[in-house]
Design a protein around this ligand. Structure first.
Ligand code: NAD
Ligand code: DAU
Length: 346
C-alpha cells in the first residue's frame, strides 16, 4: 500500500535587524545568515555603518538591505508590512561615548526616539519578539570591587549611556504596559574585526602602525571588561532564542583590563615602542570601572563566552593588519574632523 507523505515546509522566520552595517550588527549577520531565517537589515549608513562590512554575504537570497533611519516610522512600517516581519533585534545606535560628550543630539534621536518608534510598531503590528541590544554602561561606574548584576540600579553617567538607559526603560515600560514580548541584552566592551577605529583597541592599533601618538585618557587605570564580538553575538542569539519577556541579561567574559595594559599589549604585539604612549586630558565624567556578572545568562540559557582574550586580541590585531585598506577607506574627512576636535588640544 502506497502512503501519501505530507511534506511540512517550515516557514523561515523574518528578522528585522537594525544597525546591521555597524561593528556588532555586521558580525551578527555574518554569523547567523546561514540559519533558516530571512534577515532584513535596516541601516542609515552613518559614519559608523559600511556596506562593505557585509560584502561577503550581500548576494545571499535570505539577506535584504534597506537604507534608512529607525526613527522614520513610515519607512519602518512599510518594511514590516511588505516583509511580514516576525521579530526585531535592535542594534542601531550612536555608540561612541566621546562623540556623545561633544554633541548628544544624535544620541537622543537614534537611541531614544528610534527605540520608541520600533517599540510602537512592535505593539501595533504584534511583532512576536523584540530584542534590545544594550550595554553595561547603563549601570554607571564601579569602585574597586564588585560586579554589575541585572539587579544593579540603572545609573548612567554619559549622554550615550543615559540615552541607552532611557531606551532600556522604554522597553521594560512597553512590556509592562502593553504586554509586548521583549528582552534586553547588556554587554561589556567588545573587540574584534570591523570595529570602527574611533574605539580604543582599533584606534591604538592604527595609530601604532602609523607611528602616531597613542592618546591614553587620564592615568590609564580605568578598567573595562573585554569580550570578543563573536561571543557577544552568540549571547544575543541565545537571548533571541530562549530569553524571557521582561528580562535583561548581562553578557560578559570576566576579562577585566586597565586601558594602559591594553595599550601596552597592542604595542607589544606590533613590536612598537612604549614611547608612543601619550597621557592626555581625561574624558569628562569618565567611568572608572566596569565588570560584568553574567551568571544569569549562563545558568538560565546555557550561554558562555568561549574566546580567550590573549588569542582574540592577537587575531584582532592580525585582522587589522590584513585589512588596512578597509580602515583607510572608512576613515574619511568627517572622521578626521572628529579626530582633530577630540585630540587636537591635547
Ligand atoms: P556601531 O557604531 O559600530 O554601529 C551602529 C550602526 O547603527 C551603524 O551601522 C550605523 O550606521 C547604524 N545607525 C546609527 N543610527 C541609525 C539610525 N538612526 N537608523 C538606522 N541605523 C542607524 O555600533 P556597535 O559597536 O556595533 O554597537 C551596536 C549596538 O551594541 C549598539 O546599540 C551599542 O549601544 C551596543 N553595544 C556596543 C558595545 C561595544 O563595545 N561596541 C558593547 C555593548 C553594547
Ligand atoms: O561597555 C560597553 C561600551 O563600550 C559600549 O556600550 C560602547 O558603545 C562602546 O563604545 C564602549 O564604550 P567605552 O567608552 O568603554 O569604549 P572606548 O573604546 O571609547 O574606550 C575604552 C576605554 O579606553 C575608556 O576607558 C576610554 C579609554 N580611551 C578611549 C579612547 C577612544 C582612551 O584612553 N583613549 C582613547 O583615545
Amino acid at each position: 500500500m502506497y502512503k501519501n507523505k505530507m511534506v511540512v515546509l517550515e516557514a523561515k522566520e523574518n528578522i528585522l535587524i537594525t544597525g546591521g552595517c555597524g561593528f556588532i550588527g555586521s558580525n551578527f549577520i555574518r554569523k547567523y545568515i546561514g540559519r533558516n531565517i530571512n534577515i532584513f537589515n535596516v541601516d542609515d549608513l552613518t559614519y559608523a555603518g559600511n556596506l562593505e562590512n557585509l560584502k561577503e554575504i550581500e548576494e545571499k537570497e535570505n539577506y535584504h538591505f534597506f537604507k534608512g533611519k529607525i526613527q522614520d516610522k513610515e519607512f519602518i512600517k512599510q518594511i514590516l508590512i511588505e516583509n511580514n516581519i516576525d521579530s526585531i533585534i535592535n542594534f542601531a545606535a550612536e555608540s561612541h561615548v566621546d562623540r556623545s560628550i561633544i554633541d548628544s543630539a544624535p544620541f537622543i534621536e537614534t537611541n531614544i526616539k528610534g527605540t520608541s518608534v520600533l517599540l510602537d510598531l512592535t505593539r501595533e503590528f504584534n511583532i512576536k519578539k523584540y530584542v534590545q541590544v544594550s550595554t553595561d554602561e547603563v549601570y554607571g561606574s564601579l569602585g574597586e570591587i564588585g560586579k554589575f548584576t541585572e539587579l544593579t540600579p540603572i545609573s548612567p553617567n554619559s549622554p550615550y549611556s543615559a540615552s541607552k538607559a532611557s531606551a532600556d526603560h522604554l522597553v521594560m515600560a512597553y512590556v509592562h504596559t502593553y504586554g509586548i514580548n521583549a528582552m534586553i541584552t547588556r554587554c561589556s566592551n567588545n573587540y574584534g574585526p570591523f570595529q570602527f577605529p574611533e574605539k580604543l583597541i582599533p584606534l591604538m592599533i592604527m595609530n601604532a602602525l602609523n607611528n602616531k601618538e597613542l592618546p591614553v585618557y587620564g592615568d590609564g587605570m580605568n578598567v573595562r571588561d573585554w569580550i570578543h564580538v563573536d561571543d557577544h553575538c552568540s549571547g544575543i542569539w541565545a537571548v533571541y532564542q530562549n530569553g524571557k519577556s521582561g528580562e535583561s541579561y548581562n553578557i560578559g567574559s570576566d576579562t577585566e583590563k586597565t586601558n594602559i595594559e591594553i595599550v601596552k599589549l597592542i604595542l607589544n604585539i606590533l613590536g612598537k615602542p612604549e614611547s608612543l604612549i601619550k597621557y592626555v586630558k581625561d574624558r569628562p565624567g569618565h567611568d572608572r570601572r566596569y565588570a560584568m556578572d553574567s551568571s544569569k545568562i549562563q545558568e538560565l540559557l546555557g550561554w558562555k563566552a568561549v574566546i580567550n582574550f590573549d588569542e582574540g586580541i592577537k587575531n584582532t590585531v592580525e585582522w587589522y593588519l590584513n585589512n588596512l585598506d578597509w580602515c583607510n577607506r572608512i576613515i574619511d574627512g568627517s572622521y578626521m574632523e572628529y579626530y582633530n576636535l577630540q585630540y587636537g588640544n591635547n
